[in-house]
Design a protein around this ligand. Structure first.
Ligand code: HEC
Ligand code: HEC
Length: 310
C-alpha cells in the first residue's frame, strides 16, 4: 500500500470519527433516528469520495506528464498548449455577455428605480396640479401670488421691502444702481439675462460710434449715473449712451430683443431669466432658482418685482 493511500485511510477514519462523535452527542443520537442515520451515511459517502478524488488528483500531479501540441511562443522556456477553449467556458463567456447587455438595458442600471427619478416624477405631478389650479391667474392676483413667493424665497437676501438690505443683494425697487452699471462696463456681463448666451463686452470692446475711441473712465462714470437715474436728463451721460450703448440697448435703453436687455425697468422676462440662470455681478451672486420654483411661481414673482418700481 503506498503512502498516499495510507494517508487517505487515516484522514477518512478521523473525519468519520468526528462525524460520529458530533452526531451521537446530539439529541436523539444516532440510534433509532432514521434521519440522523441517513445524515451520517451521506457524510460518510461525501468524506470517502472527497478524500479519494483528492488522492487521485495528487497522484496525477506526481505521475502524469502532459501531452499535446505546444504553441510557438515561449517565455523563458515556459510554453503553452494549444488547447481548444472548453465548450462550457465558451458558453459561459457568451452567456455573460448577453446577460450583461440585458442587465444594462432592461435589468438594473438604465431601468432602475432612483430616488431622484421618483422625486422628479412627484414634482412634475404636483406642478401639473399647481398649473391646473393657479395657471389662469393674471393681473393683481398674480402680483399678490408673486409677493407671497418673494416673502418665502427671496426676502432673506433682498429684504422684506426688496430694498437689498443695505447693498447685500440687489435693490429690486430700482432697476439698477450706478455701481452695478459701472461694474458691467468694466467687466462685461455674461449672465444669460436674455435667457441665452449673449454676453456684453467689457470696456475694451465698447467704442463710441462717433469718435471710434474706447470709452474713458470719465465717460463710464457719466453713463453709469445716467443709466442709474433711469436714463433721464441730458449731458455727457446721455451722449455716451447714444454713442456707445444705444446700438445694442436701444436709443431709449428699452433693450432690443435677442440683442440686449431693458435698462429702464424690470420686466417679468428679465426676472425669470435671472431666476433660471442666477447672476454674478457687482454685488455678489444671485443663486439660481431654476428648479426650486415652478414656471407659474417664476412668472408671478417676476410680475411682483416688475410692479415694485412702477
Ligand atoms: C454689443 C452690444 C452691447 C453694447 C454696445 C452694450 N451692451 Fe450692455 N448688455 C448687452 C448684453 C447682451 C447684455 C446682457 C448680458 C448678460 O446676459 O449678462 C448687457 C447687459 C448690460 C447691463 C446689465 C443689466 C443687469 O441687469 O445686470 C448693463 C447695466 C448694461 N448692459 C449697460 C450698458 C451700457 C451702459 C453700455 C454702454 C456703455 C452698454 N451696456 C453697451 C449688450 C451690449
Ligand atoms: C442668497 C441670497 C439671494 C436670494 C435667496 C435671492 N437673491 Fe436675488 N440677488 C442676490 C444678489 C446678491 C443679487 C445681485 C447680483 C449682482 O447684480 O451682483 C441678486 C440679484 C437679483 C436680481 C437681478 C437684479 C438686476 O439688476 O439684474 C433679481 C431680479 C433677483 N435677484 C430676484 C430674486 C428673486 C425673485 C428671488 C427669490 C425667488 C431672489 N432674488 C432670491 C441674492 C439673492
Amino acid at each position: 500500500m503506498n503512502k498516499l493511500t495510507l494517508w487517505g485511510i487515516i484522514i477518512t477514519v478521523a473525519m468519520l470519527l468526528f462525524t460520529y462523535i458530533s452526531v451521537s452527542g446530539s439529541e436523539g443520537g444516532l440510534h433509532g433516528d432514521i434521519i440522523n442515520q441517513l445524515g451520517v451515511a451521506g457524510a460518510v459517502a461525501l468524506v470517502i469520495i472527497t478524500v479519494y478524488v483528492v488522492i487521485g488528483y495528487v497522484r496525477q500531479m506526481q505521475e502524469k506528464t502532459a501531452d499535446g501540441q505546444l504553441a510557438d511562443e515561449q517565455w523563458d522556456g515556459i510554453g503553452e498548449y494549444l488547447n481548444e477553449v472548453p465548450t462550457g467556458w465558451a458558453i459561459m463567456f457568451l452567456g455573460t455577455m448577453i446577460w450583461g447587455m440585458w442587465y444594462f438595458v432592461a435589468g438594473y442600471p438604465v431601468n432602475s428605480y432612483s430616488s431622484i427619478g421618483e422625486y422628479n416624477k412627484d414634482v412634475a405631478v404636483e406642478n401639473a396640479k399647481y398649473e391646473a389650479q393657479y395657471g389662469s391667474i393674471t393681473g393683481d392676483r398674480l402680483v399678490e401670488m408673486g409677493e407671497s413667493v418673494f416673502l418665502a424665497e427671496c426676502k432673506v437676501c433682498h429684504g422684506l421691502t426688496a430694498d437689498g438690505i443695505d447693498g447685500k443683494a440687489a435693490n429690486l425697487n430700482h432697476r439698477i444702481a450706478a455701481k452695478s452699471v459701472k461694474y458691467t462696463i468694466l467687466h462685461g456681463s455674461n449672465n444669460a439675462l436674455l435667457g441665452m448666451e449673449m454676453p456684453m463686452p467689457d470696456r475694451n470692446g465698447l467704442f463710441n460710434a462717433n469718435s471710434n475711441a474706447l470709452i474713458t473712465d470719465a465717460q463710464i462714470d457719466a453713463v453709469a449715473t445716467y443709466v442709474a437715474n433711469g436714463l433721464t436728463g441730458t449731458g455727457d451721460g446721455a451722449d455716451v449712451f447714444a454713442g456707445t450703448c444705444a446700438s445694442c440697448h436701444g436709443p431709449d435703453g428699452a433693450g432690443i430683443e435677442f440683442v440686449a436687455p431693458d435698462l429702464r425697468a424690470f420686466t417679468p422676462k428679465l426676472v425669470v431669466n435671472v431666476l433660471n440662470h442666477g447672476k454674478k455681478a457687482a454685488i455678489g451672486t444671485m443663486p439660481s432658482f431654476a428648479t426650486k420654483l415652478n414656471s407659474k411661481q417664476k412668472e408671478a414673482v417676476g410680475a411682483y418685482i416688475t410692479s415694485l418700481s412702477k
